[in-house]
Design a protein around this ligand. Structure first.
Ligand code: GDP
Length: 594
């Protein structure tokens, strides 16, 4: 049985291909706004950081009515750091609208989300967007999309996908390129015709998978997902199960569905509906909610593992407390653990120091968005530069994360890009000449090679290059950890195969640390939580000075150094590591990986 009055769909696209604009156009044209509501404001990107950074971070829900059918749209995050979110979102829907820019063609995120959608056997509707752009080639891009379907191993029946051409910005869609542009209706008709209604056995016992958790001060934890079977009413008892054997009983306190752009409280919902409910604090993503007498667990949801860690710590500087409201370790710890409730790809660990927490996430952007959020809320903290997370495989080898990188640049910058990527241990996989003098370069690179690279890349390509990356896999470390040419100081963590090169210390006692090729600035806190700052001055290389001057990421402010005397610093260093000590420097033997 099906709920023919409902469609649950996701919109998937590479960042900037026009998702938000398209949803805005659809909502506007289906009368989802009140008369006096300003519609030139972008609707889906409601988080201030999302607007400033021009990216979608959190998936949000919206809905509209068209020809007596309610269409629930779930938005998916458009940045690779939030890739883990995409799969969870896709499990709520039956169909996906794949949006592709008519000039740029399929990009890494297009590939990634489409692969997930195909694996989940979703019906795909392709929208070739931005057909108003000069020099675009919609038919060629459509062919490329078909090639991508084939490349990703789509089934025979998935290859025959429906498509439309659109200009979200001008608010129209057309079925064939010669058609007269009118409005977005051709797309809406395609959605009703091709996106399957949810299967819905309304009479069966209640069952739902928790795809998302939201949190509000007032309501507490909010579980969001699609009801697979049965129905539920406010006040009903339910059981919460996990694949790991969790079994808890709760009662529905509040029940919501998504209407237009917000949640609306209702008293009853049934199979096919995407709902939000409250009533149990100990709910997690991936849990199944069932009727208390029919406890059947649904397959859980895999959450992408973090690849990058940073240390957040209490600001110990004499200026602490001048800017922020929340400055104690207790404040920071509580806030970080609260963040875990809804930020699923995040990990937080206590360290041996009560003032320092290890925070791990999916990438530099993921963590810098969090840091900025905390700052805006009035938390004052020091953060270290990010480090990649090292894992051991079954054979005990140290493995590091690897990313797939796609770079589009005008051909004059190809040389410098290849050179810089090579220095960062990237392996070039492909090089393609594109329209308009652009060249597309595909690389694989250890994640450490990308840390801090963005600013350099923008400068090198005069702002004309576009770099996107996506986590690929963990692989055994290649070669040794790099060291600097002159006056190198290298130290290794006890019991860990990660080596750090202390390359430079400036007069404030701030030093630079380098795991692999990436340059870091901050405090060294290893797995063993040895923590040391030094107020000695060693080599300053030109490159490091440049890095500092550029202040590459405002969000990554320094931990104020705790000064140590030379004698104190020496206590952290093993005898066999030492080469030379002068009043101004400590020289250590170069250490490599085991
Ligand atoms: P998202 O990241 O996928 O949500 O993309 P946005 O909707 O934010 O769009 C990214 C940029 O592309 C914005 O500057 C839009 O104005 C622009 N854009 C979106 N749709 C179109 C279109 O149909 N034609 C043109 N020329 N630009 C578009």
């Amino acid at each position: 049985r099906y709920r023919s009055d409902i469609r649950n769909i996701a919109i998937i696209a590479h960042v900037d291909h026009g998702k938000t604009t398209l949803v805005d156009a659809v909502l506007k044209q289906t009368g989802t706004f009140r008369e006096n509501q300003k519609v030139d404001e972008r609707i889906m990107d409601s988080n201030p950081q999302e607007r400033e950074r021009g990216i979608t971070i959190f998936a949000k829900n919206a809905s509209f009515f068209y020809k007596d059918t309610k269409v629930n749209i779930v938005d998916t995050p458009g940045h690779a750091d939030f890739g883990g979110e995409v799969e969870r979102i896709l499990k709520m829907v039956n169909g996906a609208v794949l949006l592709v820019d008519a000039l740029e063609g399929p990009m890494p995120q297009t590939k990634f989300v489409l692969r997930k959608a195909l694996e989940l056997h979703l019906k795909i509707l392709v929208v070739i967007n931005k057909i108003d752009r000069p020099n675009c080639n919609p038919m060629k891009v459509l062919d490329e999309v078909l090639d991508l379907f084939i490349h990703l191993g789509a089934h025979e029946d998935q290859l025959d996908f429906p498509y439309v051409f659109a200009s979200a910005k001008s608010g129209f869609a057309i079925n064939e390129l010669g058609d007269e542009p009118k409005d977005i209706t051709p797309l809406l008709d395609m959605i009703l015709a091709h996106m399957p209604p949810p299967e819905a056995d309304v009479d069966a016992p209640f069952q739902m998978l928790v795809n998302t958790i939201d949190y509000s001060e007032y309501l507490g934890k909010i579980a969001i997902g699609r009801i697979f079977k049965g129905s539920i009413k406010k006040g009903d008892p339910f059981t919460c199960l996990s694949a790991k054997g969790k079994l808890l009983n709760g009662r529905v306190a509040k029940l919501f569905i998504f209407e237009k752009l917000g949640k609306v409280e209702i008293s009853e919902a049934s199979a096919g509906d995407i709902i939000a409910l409250t009533g149990l604090e100990d709910i997690s993503i991936g849990d199944t909610l069932t009727h208390p007498e029919h406890q059947e667990v649904l397959p859980s949801i895999e959450i992408t593992e973090p690849t990058i860690s940073m240390f957040f710590s209490v600001n110990n500087s004499p200026f602490a407390g001048k800017e922020g409201k929340f400055v104690t370790s207790r404040n920071i710890r509580d806030r970080l653990y609260k963040e875990l409730l809804s930020n699923v790809a995040l990990r937080v660990e206590d360290t041996e120091s009560a003032d320092t927490f290890k925070v791990s996430g999916r990438g530099e952007l993921h963590l810098s968005v969090l840091i900025e959020t905390l700052r805006r809320e009035g938390y004052e903290l020091g953060v270290s530069r990010p480090e990649v997370i090292i894992r051991r495989d079954e054979e005990g080898r140290a493995c590091e994360p690897i990313e797939s990188v796609t770079i589009d640049v005008p051909d004059t910058f190809v040389g410098i890009v290849i050179e810089k990527m090579g220095k960062r241990k990237a392996e070039m996989k492909n090089m393609t000449q594109m329209e308009g003098g652009l060249v597309r370069l595909d690389f694989e690179i250890p994640t450490r090679g990308l840390l801090g690279f963005n600013t350099e890349f923008i400068t090198d390509t005069k702002g004309e290059g576009i770099l996107t990356h996506i986590f690929k896999c963990y692989e055994p470390f290649r070669g040794e950890i790099n060291s600097r040419q002159n006056g190198v100081l290298v130290s290794a963590e006890n019991g860990d195969s990660v080596a750090y090169a202390i390359s430079s210390l400036d007069d404030r006692g701030v030093f630079f640390v380098e795991p692999g090729t990436a340059v870091y600035e901050g405090m060294i806190v290893g797995e063993s939580n040895r923590e040391f700052d030094m107020n000695v001055n060693v080599c300053k290389t030109k490159k490091l000075t440049n890095m500092r001057a550029s202040g590459s990421d405002e969000a990554l402010r320094l931990t104020p150094p705790r000064k140590l005397t030379l004698e104190q610093a020496l206590e952290f260093i093993e005898d066999d590591e030492l080469v030379e000590v002068t009043p101004k420097s400590i020289r250590l033997r170069k250490k490599t990986l085991d």
